[in-house]
Design a protein around this ligand. Structure first.
Ligand code: SAH
Length: 344
């Protein structure tokens, strides 16, 4: 049976009409879905007859929150179960300009970045657009806050699940649904070049974030194996194309790992690669992952790296505020700790 969260407003209308009901009922149903209800019975202004009919043709799936861990800064990390029992993580964050949800796109990940916890046990499956949205609905319901920024930056590689990611973007920006602005949606990728071109051609105008983490081809290959398939030069050409097609500034994520990618030589090469482009660099001290042996760069060295980019290359660079660092907010960490304990 179909998951109703995967259906657009129009598709719900078609369904309702096919069940012999008035088209306008779909608006009420759609509203309930976006409010994150977990059963048709919660749709109190929909007749019990229609609720009954709906439950025979589709399922109302939900992201079932198993654990919510709140950090001192208000960040909440969620672990939730999908219908098939798989678990993924989502994070709720509060910024000056509102609330953000960081959502997962796959159960696990197959990209094998050496510093990332999500990839430790490979990919189990990709999520549907309904499951992406379900995380947002559930976080809104739990916190009682409206989420106005969404980042596809939880576990998984969103461009390895292109169609569902694109569908989620379309559905999340529906004025009758979550009504997010395209600009407030960020998709983060380790660099799947053909899909970056595809995304550029769709001209959604979302923010693209590239997880770069190293400006040298051979060194990046070591920490991010995807670089062997799509080299840095090719990746940057795709980014140029994205900027050309959308006019949007692209973000480069750079997690600083002590003694690995944080020297001034790295900063200089990054500067050479990005100088003059419509980009922004986000520096992040890498989150320690229990299973891996590396440490974050200290703040004075981060600032030196930042100033090199700013002063010498005039590249817009910020150090990302570390949210939720006391609660293992780095992707995949919470799920892993549970898997290791044999809970899932
Ligand atoms: N697959 C996508 C999105 C998920 S990862 C991507 O690669 O962009 C989300 C971000 O977290 C990426 O920038 C990723 O490189 C980063 N990341 C993964 N592990 C991290 C860690 N231990 N510390 C800091 N950032 C990490």
């Amino acid at each position: 049976m179909k998951d109703i969260r995967n259906m657009t407003h129009e598709q719900i209308t078609e369904l309702v009409v096919s069940l012999g009901e008035k088209a306008f009922r779909s608006k009420q149903i759609y509203e309930w879905v976006t409010k994150g209800v977990s059963s048709f019975d919660e749709m109190t202004n929909v007749s019990s007859q229609l609720r009954e009919k709906l439950s025979t043709v589709c399922i109302l799936d939900n992201y079932k929150i198993i654990e919510a861990i709140k950090a001192k800064d208000g960040t909440i990390k969620f672990l939730g179960a999908l219908r098939d029992g798989n678990v993924v993580e989502s994070v709720f964050m509060t910024y000056k300009h509102g609330h953000s949800a960081c959502i997962s796109t796959q159960v696990g990940c197959k990209m094998k970045c050496s510093f990332c916890a999500s990839t430790l046990s490979g990919v189990v499956r990709s999520l549907t657009a309904g499951e992406y949205l379900g995380q947002i609905y559930a976080l809104q319901k739990y916190t009682g806050e409206r989420i106005n920024n969404v980042v596809l930056m939880g576990s998984g590689e969103p461009l390895d699940n292109y169609d569902e990611s694109a569908k989620c973007i379309k559905m999340a920006t529906d004025p009758q649904g979550l009504n997010l602005s395209v600009r407030s949606i960020t998709l983060s990728t380790c660099g799947l070049v053909p899909e970056i071109y595809k995304l550029a051609d769709e001209k959604f105008g979302i923010t693209l974030a590239i997880s770069l983490h190293n400006p040298f081809q051979e060194e990046r290959e070591e920490i991010m194996p995807i670089t062997k398939r799509y080299g840095i030069k090719e990746l940057l050409k795709a980014v140029d194309y994205y900027i050309e097609q959308t006019g949007r500034r692209v973000t480069f994520e750079y997690a600083l790992i002590d003694g690995i990618n944080d020297s001034l030589i790295h900063a200089g090469q990054l500067g050479v690669l990005l100088k003059g482009k419509l980009v922004h660099v986000n520096l992040i001290p890498v989150n320690a992952v229990k299973e891996k042996d590396f440490k974050p760069t200290q703040i004075d060295k981060i600032n030196r790296f930042k100033n090199e980019l700013l002063d010498k290359y005039h590249i817009n660079t910020t150090v990302r505020r570390e949210l939720g660092s006391d609660i293992n907010a780095a992707c995949g960490q919470l799920r892993n700790s549970k898997i290791l304990k044999g809970e899932f």
